[in-house]
Design a protein around this ligand. Structure first.
Ligand code: MG
Length: 225
């Protein structure tokens, strides 16, 4: 896989956009309070949404380069879905027919930069959307051979388990996310959705080995430079 194409089964899809969902697991919202005293409602009616460029994708086995414009680089393991179809105003009950594949990815975040831009009311791009901020595993084609609503997954740094989650604990389920996004954007084949991280976020630094693991989606690893 390169950032120009994503293989899913027999299909090759050009990545279109990367949507990211924030604050989608309760325990993670709780731990964010330690970093951000301005954090507010825990009962949002709509998901928190931001975007990253597809040029920030890093394939498994490639190196993640530490950005130089911040000091606290955090890992956020997330389940990522790839769309094969889309449209506007997709009903929740129709939304899974748009899903081509599922994998794990990292929504890498410069936490110190994010705290600063949030304080100033500035956009999040400097903290979230830099080069190499979106490591992405290989896609498992989505079909009824596994349950999208019960995917266990974990993040290891130097073989120490840092994060563990399950899609059943999402505040906004994958169908709800797709349906909501489609009220704002006409969704397209190649759109990727990072669906939020569970608790356990932490620092990664040069020479760390980071691996994401799910019995359903596989294992994907990167080295940090
Ligand atoms: Mg995230």
């Amino acid at each position: 896989m390169t950032t120009n194409s994503i293989t899913v089964g027999e299909r090759v899809i050009k990545p279109c956009r990367i949507f990211c969902i924030g604050k989608n697991y309760t325990e993670h919202i709780r731990e964010l309070d330690d970093f951000d005293s301005t954090l507010q409602s825990k009962n949002e009616k709509q998901p928190v949404v931001f975007m990253k460029p597809t040029t920030s994708i890093v394939s498994p086995g490639e190196s993640i380069h530490v950005p130089s414009h911040g000091n606290v680089l955090h890992h956020e393991v997330e389940v990522v879905v790839l769309l094969k179809g889309g449209g506007k105003n997709i009903l929740i009950e129709d939304s899974l027919s748009c899903v081509a594949g599922v994998t794990l990815g990292l929504d890498l975040t410069l936490r110190d930069v994010q705290v600063e831009v949030k304080k100033k009311g500035h956009p999040w791009e400097l903290s979230k959307s830099f080069d190499h901020s979106s490591p992405l595993g290989l896609m498992r084609p989505y079909d009824d051979s596994f349950d999208l609503f019960d995917i266990p997954f974990a993040c290891f740094v130097n073989e120490e388990k840092r994060q563990e989650g399950n899609t059943k604990d999402m505040l906004f389920s994958i169908p709800k996310i797709i349906s909501f996004l489609s009220t704002v954007w006409k969704l397209m084949p190649g759109d990727l959705i990072y669906t939020g991280t569970p608790s356990g976020i932490g620092v990664i630094k040069s020479r760390d080995e980071i691996s994401l693991n799910s019995p359903i989606l596989g294992r994907f690893a990167w080295t940090v430079f």
